[in-house]
Design a protein around this ligand. Structure first.
Ligand code: ATP
Ligand code: MG
Length: 407
């Protein structure tokens, strides 16, 4: 565990500017966990005393946009990055809940629907889900604040502990069950006994969570580099059937093992900076073994013969594998292209311009290299298929902005 937490220079600057304007401001969330464990944070969440309007006054209207209806936060463009800044909030009183009878299906009476009252830093810490997620770090004064009193100890011991009564906290927001298991998979943490018991007995509540929130979580899991461990944790705790039923139903198949190995290898390469964090590549890696198994009864690495029929099967399996999530259409189509090109890369003897100029080639080559690493071990493949090819046609579509959309 690292003692001194070093935040990215532009984040330091943003916090310093808000503090100089008179507002208490901290780094919160996942970045603190990563910094404490010596991992590079993938992004930073900033929490401040300033209201969204005040944040805008500090950074100017052009760079700071207020987003969100239910609760407002600021998206700040700063030094080429997009930073999320939220205002301290406190747990809402009873008016934050709406009665079950207003809903189509009965909902747990403690479920929270509004979370929009400003508060102090301490109040903000107590409304957070787990002790390791309630640490506040002020990089300017190098001050790590642990309002719950358990956060630092739990970080050291690797414990996921709900703040307050875990049963109540999961009832208030069932997505917290998923978030607990993400911490288990991502950091190899274990839940404390009470939280563990509550996870198991509350899993059924997840049906009350908005599908859009769960789909967003799936996208984050696939984009990140611990998806293979997180999905395994979901399975171990009996949650996967509620999240990705297709994967759970096929858990004891060789295709499923191969799928997680491919995803693990993709994650390894993203961590090492060799691959970009493409969600569609992660989707393709996860679905590929099931497609291999279904078409031509293939084992690991046995690709299918491309036909019109195989094209439809690829799409059907992709859709099935990620049901019930509404993956963005663009991602599914991109994963489909990546998969469709696979047999051509493997079975075309000489380098072919027709193949290298296909949209999706680069990612498909990456998927091929994953299979090659795990199964084929063919040294010629990487030489036959170049990493970079001029794709003038597709380049036009890409924006030059640093913040590209998900690919
Ligand atoms: P990640 O690395 O995936 O971003 P994170 O913990 O930062 O992990 P975010 O979704 O970015 O997750 O949320 C930031 C912080 O907001 C969390 O650390 C937690 O303190 C708080 N938070 C997020 N979702 C909830 C929730 N459903 N209930 C309570 N607190 C939450
Ligand atoms: Mg975060």
């Amino acid at each position: 565990m690292t003692d001194k937490l070093i935040v990215a220079p532009h984040i330091y600057k943003v916090i310093e500017r808000l503090q100089e304007a008179g507002f208490e401001t901290y780094v919160v969330g996942g970045a603190i966990r990563d910094l404490m464990l010596g991992r590079p944070p993938k992004d930073y969440d900033i929490s401040t005393e300033a209201t969204p309007e005040q944040v805008r006054q500090v950074f100017g209207k052009r760079n700071a946009r207020i987003i969100g209806k239910r609760f407002k936060l600021v998206h700040l463009r700063y030094s080429g990055d997009l930073i999320e800044i939220s205002t301290f909030r406190r747990t809402p009183d009873e008016t934050g809940q709406i009665p079950g009878k207003q809903r189509k299906s009965p909902i747990p009476e403690n479920m929270i629907f509004r979370d929009n009252e400003y508060g102090t830093a301490e109040e903000d810490a107590w409304r957070r889900d787990f002790t390791v997620n309630a640490l506040f770090y002020d990089p300017v004064h190098d001050d790590l604040i642990d309002f719950t009193g358990f956060g630092i100890g739990d970080m050291h011991e690797g414990i996921v502990r709900a703040i307050g009564d875990p049963l109540l906290r999961f009832e208030e927001d069932p997505v917290r069950i998923l978030r607990a298991l993400k911490l288990v998979g991502q950091y190899d943490f274990i839940p404390d006994p009470e939280t563990k018991k509550a996870i198991k007995s509350s899993i059924y509540l997840i049906k009350h969570a908005a599908n859009s929130r769960l789909s967003l979580e799936l996208e984050k899991i696939l984009k990140g580099t611990y998806g293979h461990n997180i999905l395994a944790a979901f399975h171990d705790y009996g949650f996967l059937g509620n999240f990705l039923p297709y994967l759970e139903e096929n858990w004891n198949t060789p295709a499923r093992s191969y799928a997680l190995e491919l995803l693990a290898e993709r994650n390894n390469r993203v961590q090492r900076g060799i691959y970009r964090d493409s969600i569609s590549l992660a989707m393709a890696a996860l679905a590929l073994p099931f497609i291999e198994a279904e078409i031509d009864n293939g084992n690991r690495g046995d690709l299918w013969t491309p036909t019109k029929d195989s094209k439809y099967k690829i799409r059907r399996i992709l859709l099935e594998a990620f049901t019930p999530h509404n993956m963005i259409k663009r991602l599914t189509s991109s994963a489909q292209r990546i998969l469709s090109i696979q047999p051509r890369l493997r079975y075309t003897e000489a380098r072919s311009k027709t193949v290298t100029s296909l949209q999706g080639y680069t990612h498909s080559r990456e998927l091929m290299m994953l299979q090659n690493e795990l199964v084929w071990k063919d040294e010629n493949l990487s030489r036959r298929w170049p990493k970079f090819v001029s794709q003038r046609k597709h380049k036009k579509k890409r924006s030059g902005k640093k913040h590209r959309k998900h690919t």
